[in-house]
Design a protein around this ligand. Sequence first.
Ligand code: 0X9
Ligand code: ZN
Length: 301
Amino acid sequence: SISFTAFHRFDEINAYLDELAAAYPSRVTVQVVGKSYENRNIKTITITNGDKRTGKKVIFLDAGIHAREWIAHAGALYVIHQLVENFAANSDLLKDYDWVILPVVNPDGYEYTHTRTRMWRKTRKPVTSSCYGTDANRNFDYHWGEVGASSSSCSDTFKGETAFSEPETQTLRDVLLGIKNGVFYLTLHSYGNYLLYPYGWTSSLPSTWKNIDEVAQAGAAAIKSATGTKYTVGSSTNVLYAAAGGSDDYAFAVANFPISITMELPAGGSGFNPSTSQISSMVSETWVGIKAMAQKVVENY
Ligand code: 0X9
Ligand code: ZN
């Protein structure tokens, strides 16, 4: 089991996934999908209703693209906990859909925020002798580097020496491209209370933006009515800032997920570092929004 009264280390998170696979073999599969630069195993957990139907539609969730955004990793773990250990209450979300969840995209960075530098954001592969790490959310190959990304290796928004220069973004890319019938891509970040959708590289909207807006609005409304917390909904460029090379634009435009959303969780009063006593209420609020978005997807697709 896992608690929501602490932020867990990478090994504890992986142990929780393996524990669920052992306890619920008919509904849960854990796979090593890649290795980080420092050789950590990057895992996905696939959650089904156990009916063995193949070729179902897929909801894909990730977290931890940015190392310091710890409430995002916790939010993904809470979704896993709900779908697996509270299956009966959530079985509607698994009837025609499988969920694939990658809770720690950037484990080297995540461990570094625990052991050395709490505010580290990037991956950990050295670029020069003095500057380490690439912004994984500027490293995807869709209008890569065109806007809102730095060419300087010391910058927190360094785009990388090439698109997909990082083993962690290669891993996420390959998982996304390997999913057939992907419908909903959701990536958890913090902080700022935003539900963002394509594009991040241009102020133009995709022709299907209303479909994505409808899903995001359902999430924002559900959270507002549950706790009063307000989220801003809109395209990344139009409501936050332009930044190319993000996983959301890639999932939408290249990996063909028709619904692609970046959820920026709240600060919990403390930026990237909410107190451990707030984790539980923050992740359950987040789950209200994710559940409402998933329900809308299940209803419409
Ligand atoms: O800048 C980012 O990568 C995200 N914000 S954060 O504070 N978590 O770093 C927003 C990304 C939105 N999507 C794109 N710009 N593609
Ligand atoms: Zn982020």
